[in-house]
Structures are given as C-alpha cells and as structure tokens.
Design a protein around this ligand. Sequence first.
Ligand code: SF4
Length: 329
Amino acid sequence: MTSDKKTILSGMRPTGKLHLGHLVGALENWVALQDTYANYHLIADYHALTTNLDSSGLYQNSLDMVIDWLAAGIDPSKSPIFRQSQIKEHTELHLILSMLITAARLERNPAVKDQVRELHIQNVSYGHLGYPVLQAADILLYRGDLVPVGEDQVPHVEISREIARRFNAQYGKVFPEPEPKLTKFARLPGLDGIDRKMSKSGGNTILLSDPPDEIQRKMRTAITDPQKVRKNDPGHPEVCLVYTFHQKFNADDTSAIERDCRSGALGCVECKKRIAGKIGEVLAPFREARAHYDAHPGDVKEVLADGEKRARVRARETMEAVRGAMKLG
Ligand code: SF4
C-alpha cells in the first residue's frame, strides 16, 4: 500500500451471508476503488453488540461475510480485512474521543432514533448511544481521508469530522477531517415491494450464495405491477420491482422487456423466470469462488490474520501520535 494514496475506511456489521443489496450497494463500489485508494475493510463486530448482545454467532458470521467479500472480488493483498474486536486500539481511541462530544449531541442523532423505533428498543444503552463515537474511532484510527456513504449517511460522517476537529484543536493536529465520498449506492428493492429495501431482517433477499433453483423460487414470490393480473394484461414496468432487477442485471434486454410488458406480450411468470436465470448466471463466478473458500476455511483465517496484522501496525502508529499529542508520555 503506497503512502501517497488517500485512505478509505469502509466496513459492515457481520450479519452472515450477504445478499444482492450488499453487492449493488457496497461491494461493487469497494472493488472499483481498490486500485485507486488505500482501503481498510472493517468487520464491525463490536458495533453488532449495540443492537444485539448475543455474541455467539459473531465469529461465524464474520467468516461468512469475509468469504462473500473475497468472492465478490476484494483483494486482501491490496485492502486489509480485519475484525474490530482484534485491534484493541479501537476501544482505546473510542474512550479518548468519547470525552470530546456531549451526550446531548449524541441524543440528537437521528440514526439511533430510527433504530430504537425499528427494533422496538425500550432503553438505549450507553454503548448504543455512543456508537457514532466508536465509528469515529474506526475511521480516525486509520486516519481515513474518505468514507464511502450514500447521501442519507452524510450526517454520520459529520460527527466524525466534529470529533476530529475537536481533538486537533485541543491537542494538536493528528487526524485528517474525513470527507464523505458520495457514491451512487444504488438501493436494490426487496422482493416484497419496490419501496422496501432488501434486508436480512425484512426476509426479502436473494443471497449471493443462493443456487439457481433457490433464486428461481424466491423470484416467483416477488411483487409485480398489481394491475397486471392476467398474463396478457398490459403492465407498467416503472412500478414493478422485477423490472428494476432487469435494469440492473439484464440491461441488454431491458427495452424488449419494457415493450413486451406494456403490450401484454410478456407475462409475469416468464418475466420472473428470465431475470432469475440471469441473476443465477451473474452470480455463477461468485458461487464458484465461494465454494473454493468454503472448502478451504484456513485460507479465510489467514486473510484475517494477515489483515489484522497490517491494520494493527497503522492503528499503533496512530495511537502513538495520539498519546504524543496529549503528552501522555
Ligand atoms: S411482465 Fe415483468 S416487468 Fe411487467 S409487470 Fe410483469 S414482472 Fe413486471
């Protein structure tokens, strides 16, 4: 990794096997950035505890997620892949940064309010309220210049910028102010409706690891244009989520699909069969790569061990600079 490249920190909570929404929303972007930037890919396992205290599945979920990252084309020799819990400097920097933000500022964070509502949380824990501070520590520990986000996530990066500014003003400049790197972050709808995001908790996903017959089965359940009841009824692709999948994964045939849907020449059963077949084809190399890593779990553990070693070097350098700036000896 050369030092003249800007540094990007990106990560995910380990929720197990990934789905098409992750591919379109993040992984394609990560792969595209890996030659231009110095990328650090974080498995945010401590973050997962903010909304679910059960840690028993975190390790296996982390391994499953790493396999999906590798199968999607992340090259670990370019971009270290590592678990937050294995780099102790995350917790140390988190503690220091937590002094630089008020509880009132964290209480105003709309993301926590959304999670409380969606997950029916009765009492917000200290750790949950403070997760943007842990996020700031994740980014600043690697002296991240850029954080790839969709427009709705820009406020999260703003808290990290505020904390970096406060540290630099109080103790001397150690951290760059991380900039949001706006990316397209296409949002893939879930199979249960065009307004619903594909998400594991929504139970409306196609996994990257699903075999072709499972993709066909799931696609048969997808919601289509409610006005197209019989096969030959004219349809409205613009309100049909199956058409959204054609646009993303079957771009060459999109005009023909649109024309035949509108005229009634194409029925929804056939239309779904075609896109499920296409997605199965697109994911074939992915399944093949995944099968390799499934059969060689030692390779995956090595990727983690190597990534954690390299991440630790950067993290330790930062903490030395932090302690130096704070005159802690
Ligand atoms: S034919 Fe295809 S695009 Fe048209 S409504 Fe049915 S599933 Fe949607």
